[in-house]
Design a protein around this ligand. Structure first.
Ligand SMILES: O=c1ccn([C@@H]2O[C@H](COP(=O)(O)OP(=O)(O)O)[C@@H](O)[C@H]2O)c(=O)[nH]1
Length: 460
C-alpha cells in the first residue's frame, strides 16, 4: 500500500497557481468509456538555454490506470535573457519551439493541452521592466497559439521554489519520501545564473542560525512538516561567476575591453558569450597563473556572500547536478552518462591539475581551471563542506533525468490546471508516482477520477 505524501495545496503554492485563479478549461464531452491520450507542454527558460518538455499521458477506462507514456524534450541556446533588447527574438524562439509541440501533439488535442513557461535566473537577473517585456512577448505567442493557456502560464519562478522542487524531486526519485524513511538527501544545483542548496537539517540550531527567513522553507507532507534549509544565490551560477571573476559584471553593449584572469591559460585569448553579450577574454601573460592565484580571484565571488549552514554532516548525502555535473564531465572526473560519486577533494585535485596545464594547442576547455576552482571554492569556503564530503553527481536517477524537477512540476501543473485534488504517493521501483485524482467537473470539462500512475520510463 502506498503512502500519501504531498497535498495539492503545497503544489499550488509551489507553482504560484493561486486558488483565485479563474482558469476555464475548454469544454470536452466524450463518452464515459472513452480511452484517451492527454498532453502537457512545459518550457524551462534558463539563463543558458530554453527547453521544452512535451508530456504524453494515456488514460484508458478499462480499469487500467492512466500513465505517463513519454516525454519529448528539445532544447536551444542561448536563453531568453540574451534577447533582452530584442524581445521579438525571444518570442521567435518560443514560437519555433512551439512547432515541436505542434508536431508532438495531435491537432485535435491542441486546444486542451496546457502550455506553461517558468523562467529562472536569467530573467531574475534582469531589471524587472526588461524581464516583463520578454515575458509579455512570450505570453503573446502563447495567446495566439492553438494551445490551452492557463492563468499565470508565463512567469519567473523564484529561487527558493526552484530549490524546494529539486529537493522534492530528488528525494522522490531516490525513494526517500516515504513515511518510514528517516533520512533524506540534500541537493546542490549549479545553474548558469544562480545556485541552490537545499537539505533537511537534523539539528535545530541549523534553522535557528540562519541569517534570514529566505533560508528556511516549510511544507507539509507525509503527515509532518518539513523544515528545510534552502537558499538560492542569485549571481552565483557558473556563468555569472565567470563574469565576476573576469571583472565583467558591469560590461554593457558592445564589449571592446579584454577581460583578463589568472584562471585562464596564460597565452589564451578568445571570445566568450553569455546573456546576449560577447566578451574578449584572455589569460594574464605577464602575471601569475595557477590554482593558488586563481583561488584568490574566485574567492571574491564567494566570500561574505555564501552562508555556511551550522550543520553539514558527512552522513547527509548530497546530490549535485547541472554545472557540477557538466564541469566534472569536462574534467574527466565522471562519465557523461552515469555520473558518479566524488569527494570535494577530487574537485580540488582536478582544479590544481587544470590550472597548471600548459599546452601549445588551443585548449579544448579554456575555462576548466576557473570553473573547477570556483566549484572547489564554493563547496569549501562557500558552503563549508569538508574535503571528505561525498557528492553524488547525477544527470539521471533510476533512469529518470535529474531535471525531472520540471517533469514532476509539469505534471503537477497539469493536474492542478485540471482542477483536480491530488494526493501523490510513492510505490515501488517500477512506479515513479501514483496520484489519487478527483477532478472537479463543470460545464462538460474533462472528467477524471481515480488514480493516475507514472511508470518509471523503460531504458531503451
Ligand atoms: O533540462 C535541463 C536543464 C538544465 N540543465 C543544466 O543546467 C545548467 C544550466 O542551467 P540554467 O541555464 O537553467 O541556469 P539557471 O537559469 O537555473 O541559473 C547546465 O549545466 C545545463 O546542462 C540540464 O542538465 N538539464
Amino acid at each position: 500500500v502506498c503512502t500519501p505524501w504531498l497535498q495539492a495545496q503545497v503544489i499550488n503554492s509551489l507553482l504560484d497557481l493561486s486558488s483565485s485563479s479563474r482558469t476555464v478549461l475548454p469544454s470536452l464531452s466524450r463518452p464515459a468509456n472513452y480511452s484517451h491520450i492527454f498532453y502537457a507542454v512545459m518550457f524551462d527558460a534558463g539563463s543558458t538555454g530554453t527547453r521544452i518538455h512535451v508530456f504524453t499521458f494515456i488514460h484508458t477506462d478499462s480499469g487500467k490506470l492512466p500513465v505517463l507514456d513519454n516525454e519529448m524534450f528539445y532544447s536551444t541556446k542561448p536563453g531568453l535573457s540574451a534577447y533582452v533588447d530584442i524581445p521579438e527574438m525571444a518570442a521567435q524562439t518560443v514560437r519555433t519551439m512551439l512547432k515541436v509541440a505542434k508536431n508532438a501533439v495531435p491537432r485535435l488535442e491542441w486546444k486542451r493541452t496546457p502550455v506553461l513557461l517558468r523562467a529562472t535566473a536569467g530573467l531574475r537577473l534582469l531589471p524587472a521592466g526588461k524581464a516583463q517585456a520578454l515575458l509579455d512577448q512570450v505570453q503573446h505567442v502563447f495567446d495566439e497559439s492553438p494551445f490551452f493557456v492557463p492563468d499565470n502560464s508565463v512567469s519567473i519562478m523564484n529561487g527558493t521554489k526552484e530549490g524546494i522542487l529539486a529537493w522534492i524531486t530528488m528525494n522522490f526519485l531516490t525513494g526517500h519520501l516515504r513515511k518510514e524513511t528517516k533520512s533524506t538527501v540534500g541537493i546542490l544545483d549549479l545553474g548558469g545564473g544562480s545556485t541552490q542548496i537545499t537539505f533537511l537539517p537534523k539539528l535545530k540550531k541549523t534553522i535557528e542560525d540562519v541569517p534570514g527567513a529566505d533560508y528556511i522553507a516549510r511544507f507539509d507532507a507525509l503527515n509532518r512538516t518539513f523544515e528545510l534549509y534552502s537558499h538560492s544565490y542569485l549571481g552565483n551560477g557558473q556563468m555569472v561567476a565567470r563574469l565576476a571573476v573576469l571583472g565583467a559584471l558591469d560590461a554593457e553593449g558592445t564589449v571592446h575591453e579584454v577581460f583578463r584572469s589568472s584562471c585562464l591559460p596564460k597565452k589564451f585569448r578568445g571570445e566568450w558569450s553569455f546573456g546576449g553579450l560577447t566578451y574578449q577574454v584572455s589569460g594574464d601573460p605577464d602575471g601569475y597563473t595557477g590554482y593558488k592565484t586563481c583561488y584568490q580571484e574566485v574567492l571574491k565571488a564567494v566570500k561574505g556572500i555564501i552562508h555556511q549552514p551550522f550543520e553539514l554532516e558527512d552522513n547527509t548525502v548530497f546530490y549535485a547536478f547541472s554545472y557540477y555535473y557538466d564541469v566534472a564531465v569536462d574534467a574527466g572526473l565522471i562519465g557523461d552518462v552515469h555520473g558518479g560519486r566524488l569527494q570535494v577533494r577530487d574537485f580540488k585535485k582536478k582544479a590544481k591539475e587544470a590550472c597548471s596545464k600548459t599546452t601549445k594547442r588551443p585548449p579544448a576547455f579554456p575555462f576548466l581551471c576557473m570553473d573547477m576552482t570556483y566549484i572547489t571554492c564554493l563547496l569549501k569556503d562557500g558552503f563549508g563542506f569538508k574535503e571528505s564530503t561525498v557528492l553524488q553527481l547525477s544527470k539521471k536517477v533510476n533512469n529518470v533525468e535529474s531535471s525531472w524537477a520540471l517533469g514532476i512540476q509539469s505534471l503537477l501543473v497539469f493536474l492542478v490546471v485540471l482542477r483536480t485534488s491530488v494526493n501523490m504517493q510513492h510505490c515501488d521501483d517500477s512506479t515513479l508516482a501514483v496520484f489519487n485524482v478527483k477532478c472537479l467537473v463543470d460545464n462538460g470539462v474533462l472528467h477524471v477520477s481515480g488514480t493516475w500512475q507514472i511508470n518509471t520510463p523503460r531504458v531503451i
